[in-house]
Design a protein around this ligand. Sequence first.
Ligand code: BG6
Length: 493
Amino acid sequence: MSPGIDDSLPCTFVIFGATGNLATNKLLPALYHLEMAARLSESLNVVAFSRRPWNDDEWREFMREVLADKVKDGVDTPVFKRFLARFSYQQGDLRDVASYEALAKRLPTADDCSNAVFYLAVKPAEFSAVIRNLEAAGLNKPRGRSRVVLEKPFGEDIESARMLNQLLHQHFDEEQIFRIDHFLGKETVQNLLVFRFANTLIEPLWNRNFIDHVQITVAESIGIEDRADYYDHAGALRDMLQNHLMQLLTVVAMEPPAALEADAMHDEKVKVLRSIRPIAKRAVHAHAIRAQYARGSIDGEPVPGYQQEVDVEPNSVTETFVAAKFYIDNWRWRGVPFYLRTGKRMPRQASMIAIRFRHPPQQLFRETPLETLEPNWILLSIQPEESMRMEIHVKQPGLDMDTRLMQMNASFLKTDEQTLDAYETLLLDVIEGDRSLFLRFDEIEWAWRVVDPILKHWTVEREYIPTYAAGSWGPADANRLFDSDDQTWRNEL
Ligand code: BG6
């Protein structure tokens, strides 16, 4: 071991699928932000693995191009040069073991520092080939030290998720496996834990006695970009709801963990998932709706429909929008509906958790001009703005008994603070070996169990899918999920 190298930390970070969408949009910018923040150890090297027949210089040129408009200070700074110098390029085929043997030769020897992170930024269909080939080339050793990172969706249903997990366990120890759901790295989601468990004011109200319902919306204005080969088989239920939205639900609903450490958190989240009322086959229609975007316009610009996107199969019935209703049958939440929805090509990017409180028990103001008052809301905005707001009533100054709705805004970003994407936190956690924001397999398994009836039902209904115009908030049909007439989707903060 060379002096000055911490042998608990990885010395090599390998990105499989380095030229892909995830690597270029998320991983490379996040690693660069860690470089800027001086959080990458000097000894860390990054190997980009991809099929393209490039050498190191060609790869670095590619990086300069793809990062040019993503890094704030540009690509001509000393920090960026230092960052580029960490990278080397390994041309290879994910399914060919010889490529992994060539990769192994590139990695430092055990005498130096042989710990590595292998990040699978590849299509889920490639996961098992990569895992098998890592083993075949001896790259899963030393066991317990090297780490493997897998993106969601983990499997495409409960059975395939179990098989994938078994395969992983044949070659890696649990401590080596990082199942990522990047929503857990987002500031507002982490802040939700602080909001709930560091403020005594909130916790007594956080239950069925005071909360009428919860809405979780993740709306995106982007379409499927160039990801049809993945997305057309996945759809919104697998791509977003089973993982990102389900994780948001667990963080809203979980009990306080015994400690803020990985297993205690996982235990509480699993309890929530286990308490979700299973959806009976005949009730799927009442609990879930799906749709696909048709042509429309966003910000005044015409955008194509899903069927017109490159590489989407003709007459595909893949859903790009899903809305669903769940009940959590435990003491805290029984009877409170959780409405979840997500869609592509909606009017704008807007992700938020909106919690509506009950009406006051007595309508004291009925005889005044106020008549019915809007109930209180707590709004946790995840994107594009990160904020927490609470809507409360105050009396308007003047002679009449009139109120106005005020928003108490606890936006936590100060003007000189920069918001980071979720991946910075998570990549640092992988490097440092902190698994609390990663998923334990039983969380994934239970989340599949929750969506399984919907998935099965939609798999056989392949004839027809309703559409919504791109640039709209999804199909009007999504309103039929609500339990009462005074509940509606909240699109604005
Ligand atoms: C990914 C999905 O996990 O999350 C994408 O595969 C989606 O379809 C993305 O666009 C949204 O994440 P973010 O952080 O860009 O909002």
